[in-house]
Design a protein around this ligand. Structure first.
Ligand SMILES: Cc1cc2nc3c(=O)[nH]c(=O)nc-3n(C[C@H](O)[C@H](O)[C@H](O)COP(=O)(O)O)c2cc1C
Length: 279
C-alpha cells in the first residue's frame, strides 16, 4: 500500500484528525442544544399535563391506570372544571401577587424573600422553609364547592414526598391523597403508591371537632364506631418512618402553617352562603 508522505495531503495526520474531531463535536453539540431548546416547550407541556393528572387522581376523578375520565373526558376537559388560585398561607386569603400559570411554590420555598423559616417545633414535615404563597385547585358545581385540592410535601425516610391532598365539599372529609414523587423503598415506604392503601384515605376526617388536623396512621385500628376511627388510616407495614412522615406532612399542610387559615375562611363563606339561602 502506497503511503502518503506530503504533510499537506496526509489525511491521517494529526491536524486532520484533530479538525475532524473538533468539527464532529461542534456538530453534535449544536444538534443536542438545538433539540434541547426545541423540546423544552413539549417537556413543560408534559410536566403540566402530568400535574393535572396527579390533581385529578387525588380528587378521585381519574383512575391511576387511565388517562381518560368517566364519560370519555380527557384530562384537559376534566381539569377545566377546576379553578387554580394562589393563596397567602398566613392570612388564608386569595392573592394576585403571583401568576398562577408560572408560579412554583416548591421553588418559592427556597427563596428567603418569599418564604418563612420554620422552627424545629413547627417543622413537623421537615421542610426547613415554607413558601408564603401556595396554590389551590378548586372544583365547583351548581351547589358550590365540590372538591378542593392542595399540594402537600414532607420528608419520609429517604427524601421528600410530593403530592396532592383532596377534600370533599365539606372541607373536612378527605377525598384522596396521592404522591407523584418520592424516594421511598418499593414494597416498604413505596407502598404509598399502592391503590389499596390510597383507597383507605377516602372518607377519613382531616379535622377534629375543634378544627385541628387530626389524621392518624395506626398499626391497630380503633373500633369502627369509635370517634378515633374517623381520623385513622392504616400504617404502612415495615415502613414506620415513611408512615410517620406521611402523617406529619398531611397534618402540617392541614394546619395553621399550611392551608388551615384558608380552609377556615372557605368554611365560613360556605356557612354564610347557606344561611343566606335559607333566609
Ligand atoms: C433497604 C431498606 C430499605 C428501607 N426502606 C424503608 C422505607 O422506605 N420506609 C421506611 O419507613 N422504612 C424503610 N426501611 C425500614 C426501616 O429501616 C425500619 O426498619 C422500619 O421503618 C421499621 O418499621 P416497622 O416498625 O413497621 O417494622 C428500610 C430498611 C431497609 C433495610
Amino acid at each position: 500500500m502506497a503511503e502518503e508522505t506530503g504533510s499537506g495531503s496526509n489525511k491521517d495526520g494529526l491536524r486532520n484528525t484533530f479538525s475532524v474531531a473538533v468539527f464532529l463535536c461542534l456538530v453534535c453539540s449544536i444538534v443536542v442544544s438545538g433539540l434541547a431548546v426545541l423540546l423544552k416547550p413539549m417537556q413543560l407541556l408534559n410536566k403540566e399535563l402530568d400535574q393535572k393528572k396527579n390533581i385529578l387522581r387525588a380528587a378521585g376523578l381519574l383512575a391511576a391506570d387511565s388517562d381518560i375520565g368517566s364519560g370519555g373526558r380527557t384530562v384537559e376537559e376534566m381539569f377545566a372544571d377546576f379553578t387554580v388560585r394562589a393563596v397567602d398561607l398566613d392570612t388564608g386569603e386569595y392573592t394576585d401577587a403571583v401568576n398562577v400559570d408560572a408560579y412554583d411554590p416548591i421553588r418559592a420555598a427556597s427563596d428567603s424573600a418569599v418564604s418563612t423559616d420554620l422552627s424545629a417545633e413547627e417543622d413537623i414535615a421537615t421542610l426547613g422553609r415554607r413558601e408564603n404563597v401556595s396554590l389551590v385547585f378548586i372544583k365547583t358545581n351548581d351547589t358550590g364547592i365540590d372538591k378542593v385540592v392542595i399540594p402537600v410535601r414532607g420528608f419520609g425516610l429517604w427524601g421528600t414526598l410530593y403530592g396532592y391532598l383532596a377534600l370533599e365539599s365539606d372541607l373536612s372529609t378527605i377525598a384522596g391523597l396521592g404522591f407523584y414523587q418520592h424516594k421511598e423503598t418499593p414494597g416498604l415506604g413505596g407502598e404509598v403508591d399502592n391503590p389499596k392503601w390510597k383507597q383507605g384515605w377516602q372518607g377519613v376526617q382531616l379535622y377534629d371537632d375543634v378544627g385541628q388536623p387530626a389524621v392518624d396512621l395506626v398499626k391497630l385500628r380503633s373500633p369502627a364506631n369509635s370517634n378515633a376511627a374517623r381520623f385513622e388510616v392504616d400504617a404502612l407495614s415495615g415502613a414506620t418512618f415513611t408512615t410517620r412522615g406521611v402523617k406529619n406532612l398531611v397534618n402540617f399542610w392541614a394546619g395553621d402553617l399550611g392551608f388551615r387559615p384558608f380552609i377556615e375562611k372557605l368554611k365560613t363563606q360556605q356557612m354564610q352562603a347557606s344561611v343566606g339561602e335559607h333566609r
